[in-house]
Design a protein around this ligand. Structure first.
Ligand code: ASP
Ligand code: MG
Length: 415
């Protein structure tokens, strides 16, 4: 049994869905297909929920846009009203929800609205597969993927989910399930989401709990490359990677795989394949339990929109554990991700994701105890398997704020 995951880009148009369908058809295995919301629908739904929560007047307009986009696709696929009964029900449910007054909890409302992206995309794709004669069963994953109540960043309840998922995805009546990435639900049946771009993680959870033989993520790239082609010319595809390498890359900011995806697969030694949806006969990249030394080229990963904050105690004292824990809980409270730390006797530098709302309020708080300097608009470059040439290439004409090197990895904060 295999898990295939199709992200937003691979189901963003009539053509893309036809292509995904032909890929599904190409493999005779039993499969679970995990699908994201189509194209940029999640962004649109984020706008919609903001408008709903603030009772803004453009709500109808956004909803109409989302409807029209999906209608364009279903028309292109030749689906009739009879094929789309479930899709209509989902849009009606969404509309009904939006006609009720929102609670005071934004994150909760977010999950109740944004989940429709995945519910609708899977309903359309399942209908299309059936129409093409590929008998598929649509599954509402919320009935079996159980989480806690941390809305927008829910934590998976592995015990419950294991039992429920194995009950639901039992392959008794079908060889092909179609289900949603990114969403789950609490024990009291409130919808939750796993964090943006969380569909890869869903595929990995299902792979782990159902003991799949492999998980394949179909993407618009040839595989895992040694750099993002948007930022670098002459990128090369990596044939294989160890789980360890993959987790380092994902954590450093390589966008091709969601960082949470690797662990569930590593723990059961299930291979993760990243393959190009435009060339389904190409092998892509295999992430697996590598038993030989990999000879890898330098791999470049850039994290943009970084800020470097340097703090030192105002009274010239050393930075101790107590102060460190105070600083880190402040970042945690504000959900700010710290990507790199450097400490000296009296100062501490932190490279962080620049918050959308800016750094001012954070700095005000820090200045109660520390002298604070900061720079924004930086990039954090990570180079795995760096060599001199790679460092020169990366530093090229950029201002260097901080450099950290271990045996295999160099990290540079640059402008
Ligand atoms: N649709 C969700 C998002 O765009 C989940 C995903 O695509 O993985 O964040
Ligand atoms: Mg997406």
């Amino acid at each position: 049994m295999k898990i295939f995951k199709f992200g937003g880009a691979s189901v963003s148009s009539t053509e893309a869905i036809k292509n995904a369908t032909s890929i599904i058809d190409l493999f005779p295995d039993k499969k679970v297909i995990v699908v994201s919301a189509m194209g940029k629908t999640t962004n649109e739904l984020e706008e919609l929920v903001k408008s709903y929560f603030n009772r803004a007047s453009n709500m109808e307009l956004i909803l109409e846009r989302i409807r029209n986009y999906h209608a364009g696709i279903t028309t292109g696929l030749g689906l009739t009203d009879a094929d789309l009964v479930q899709v209509e029900v989902l849009f009606a449910d969404l509309k009904k929800r939006l006609s009720m007054n929102p609670s005071l909890n934004f994150d909760y409302e977010y999950d109740q609205v944004v989940c429709y992206g995945e519910l609708i995309s899977t309903a359309i794709i399942s209908a299309y597969l059936n129409k093409q004669g590929l008998k598929s069963q649509w599954m509402d994953i919320r009935q079996s993927l159980r989480t806690d109540e941390t809305h927008r960043e829910a934590i998976v309840d592995w015990k419950w989910s294991e039992m429920l998922i194995n009950n639901s995805f039992n392959f008794r009546d079908t060889d092909l399930y179609v289900t949603q990435g990114f969403i789950g639900s609490t024990n009291t049946n409130q919808t939750t989401t796993l964090g943006r771009e969380g569909s890869d993680f869903t595929a990995a959870i299902l792979g782990n709990l159902l003991n799949a033989e492999s998980v394949t993520i179909w993407k618009n790239v040839p595989g895992v490359l040694n750099g993002d082609p948007v930022d670098f010319e002459d990128t090369v595809k990596l044939e294989e990677l160890s789980y360890r390498e993959a987790i380092e890359l994902a954590y450093s900011g390589a966008k091709v795989i969601h960082p949470k995806t690797i662990k569930p697969l590593r723990n059961k030694k299930i291979p993760l394949l990243v393959r190009p949806f435009d060339f389904p006969d190409q092998a892509g990249t295999m992430i697996h339990d590598v038993d030989h030394q990999l000879d890898l080229v330098p791999i470049f990963i850039l994290k943009k929109n970084q800020a470097l904050v340097t703090i030192s105690p105002s009274d010239f004292s050393f930075i101790g554990i107590d102060q460190l824990s105070g600083v880190f809980s402040l970042f945690k409270k504000r959900r700010i991700k710290v990507n790199l730390i450097q400490q000296s006797a009296i100062d501490l530098s932190l490279c962080i994701d620049e918050p959308e709302v800016g750094l001012e309020t954070l700095v005000v708080e820090l200045r109660k105890k520390f002298d604070v300097l900061y720079n924004t608009g930086l990039i954090l470059a990570t180079i795995r398997f760096y060599d001199e040439d790679a460092l020169i290439k990366m530093k090229n004409n950029r201002q260097l704020f901080l450099e950290q090197k271990s045996r295999r990895t160099a990290r540079l904060v640059l402008k």
